[in-house]
Ligand binder design. Structure first.
Ligand SMILES: Nc1ncnc2c1ncn2[C@@H]1O[C@H](COP(=O)(O)OP(=O)(O)OP(=O)(O)O)[C@@H](O)[C@H]1O
Ligand SMILES: [Mg+2]
Length: 321
């Protein structure tokens, strides 16, 4: 059994929010018949990957990968094209279901169908190479879309519950009546707060004047910075970047990297797939070299760049550095 998931062009992936997780089938505990037994997870890790294997048909893209990412870490993933970097990143928020193995986020096994994947995904911001902004919406709408959607969904949930409590109260004695849940924000307030937050984020990246502009009228660098603040609008606890600069003209790479670096300096936990070796060296606390579906080598940037141990990594550096 698989969770419902989206492809790159749908709102679900872009926002990593709106995908309705399928209900758990009777007797099915995990999304797949994973054969590897679950091991106890490290409670201190924000993300923990246990024996992750991913196959597309006969092609084994990830082969028994295990690693942990702790709060505040900035992990860069480097490696040859086709080595499985994007697939690994997509498995972290279950945009791809693992064929075997498990991903834990904040102690929760994301393969367990009892876990509401949409709620967990809201806590992970994802930024793609191709920005994935909605071209039919202006910048402000792009940024507020998900916070408003989630806010209204929660409001509807509270109202539904209150309706039920109110109905049950009709049959309760005067002293036994249950209080209604507080409705913290009205529809209007939800929208206004999301817009104020979006404007604050736009001001931060110096693009306040582009709030009403459509993505097609912006430069690649501007679009990618907006895609980043759109992810930030959900106050994520970890940011996943998949080659955020590789679709940009060289002169725009700097502005996007400096925004990511700013976030890193503020302590945001990050996983960044990148071909920018200088950036990986400067910003990361740890670098993973993924090749042939395995973490072939990992360590601090000084260790990996200064003293690569494996022939595979030496060969890779000889081509990219
Ligand atoms: N949805 C899919 N269906 C079938 N094969 C896929 C799918 N996604 C990825 N693959 C294959 O898995 C392998 C790894 O792909 P992936 O995109 O993870 O590589 P990558 O390391 O990110 O490469 P690049 O640096 O070029 O982005 C490739 O051979 C790719 O063709
Ligand atoms: Mg990739």
């Amino acid at each position: 059994m698989k969770r419902d998931k989206s492809n790159a062009s749908t709102p679900s992936e872009v926002t990593a929010v709106a995908v309705p997780a399928k209900k758990r089938e009777k007797g099915v505990k995990f999304i797949k018949t994973q054969v590897t037994p679950v091991e106890p997870c490290d409670e201190k890790a924000m993300l923990e990957v246990q024996h992750l294997t991913k196959c597309f048909g006969d092609l084994k893209v990830l082969d028994d990968i295990s690693t942990k990412i702790y709060p505040g870490e900035k992990v860069s993933i480097i490696g040859p094209s086709g080595g499985g970097k994007s697939t690994f990143l997509r498995c972290l928020n279950v945009l791809e279901d693992p064929t075997d193995g498990y991903v834990f986020f904040d102690g929760k096994n994301l393969s367990n169908l009892k876990v509401d994947i949409n709620v967990e995904r809201r806590r992970m911001g994802m930024v793609f190479q191709q920005f994935n902004l909605f071209n039919n919406m202006n910048v402000l709408k792009n940024i507020t879309l998900v916070p408003v959607y989630v806010g209204l969904k929660e409001l509807r949930k509270v109202k539904r519950k209150n309706l039920f409590i109110g109905f049950c109260n009709l049959f309760r004695k005067a002293g036994d009546k249950k209080p209604l849940l507080p409705v913290e924000r009205t529809k209007k307030q939800i929208k206004e707060e999301a817009e104020a937050n979006a404007m604050r984020l736009l001001a931060r990246i110096g693009l306040s004047d582009k709030a009403q502009a459509y993505p097609s009228t912006l430069s690649g660098g501007q679009r990618q910075r907006i895609a980043i603040v759109r992810a930030l609008a959900m106050n994520p606890e970890v940011m996943l970047f998949d080659e955020p600069t590789s679709a940009l003209d060289p002169e725009m790479v700097g502005e996007v990297l400096s925004l990511i670096k700013e976030l890193a300096d503020e302590g945001m936990t990050m996983v960044i797939v990148t071909h920018e070796m200088g950036f990986a060296r400067e910003v990361s606390t740890r670098v993973l070299f993924i090749a042939d579906g395995k973490i072939t080598e990992e360590g601090t940037p000084q260790e990996l760049f200064g003293n690569p141990r494996t022939e595979r990594l030496k060969d890779f550096f000889s081509k990219v550095l």
